[in-house]
Design a protein around this ligand. Structure first.
Ligand code: CA2
Length: 173
């Protein structure tokens, strides 16, 4: 269908699925990182790799740009702050990538927030949580995610951007 142009009013209103999609793509992807991920690159490189949080920020921003998307990249050690950001995402973001770190395995509050956000969500982990201690093998937040990427280190963040871009672009077509 061609866009409908309402030139009768003082504003020009384009009403078309493609246009609505473009408007949504103008919203950033929230990339949310949980507790202790600010320490990346400083310790435990055998488990989490050598990339720093800033490296992950640069990687996700660059990959998002290839899809014509923007990223709002954040880290917090505070569960409530992560909940607030997910609630904010509902209003201003087009999707969420989340590495909830330790809260992955404990937080019903983050799950509730993700389910309420009604946005595409990709859960990401640097390490393969299924090859680690049993307490890491359960994720509360997976119930609120479209999919999970784990075990591929920093590359997983790039993959998460790719898959989320795909979901966002195909959602309304
Ligand atoms: O593999 C992941 O990405 C995790 O989400 C990382 C969390 C862990 O609790 C999850 O089970 C799996 C831990 C993040 C802590 O990161 C550090 C980085 C460097 C030094 C110490 C901790």
């Amino acid at each position: 269908m061609w866009p409908h142009i309402d030139s009768g009013s003082d504003r020009c209103v384009l009403v078309d699925q493609t246009v609505l999609q473009l408007v949504d793509m103008a919203k950033p992807i929230f990339v949310l990182n949980g507790p202790n991920l600010n320490l990346l690159g400083t310790r435990e490189p055998d488990v989490y790799g050598t990339a720093t949080l800033d490296d992950l920020r640069n990687l996700t921003e660059a990959r998002a740009q290839t899809h014509g998307l923007a990223v709002d990249f954040r880290q917090s050690n505070v569960e409530g702050e992560l909940v607030d950001w997910i609630q904010e995402a509902r209003e201003v973001a087009c999707g969420v990538i989340i590495n909830a770190a330790g809260y992955t395995h404990t937080s019903v509050a983050l799950l509730d927030a993700l389910q309420a956000a009604e946005l595409p969500v990709v859960e990401v982990h640097l390490s393969n949580i299924f090859r680690r201690e049993s307490f890491r093998q359960h994720s509360y937040i997976s119930l609120g995610a479209d999919g999970v990427i784990c075990g591929f280190g920093a590359k997983g963040y790039g993959l998460a951007i790719d898959v989320l871009a795909d979901i966002i672009k195909s959602r309304d077509t």
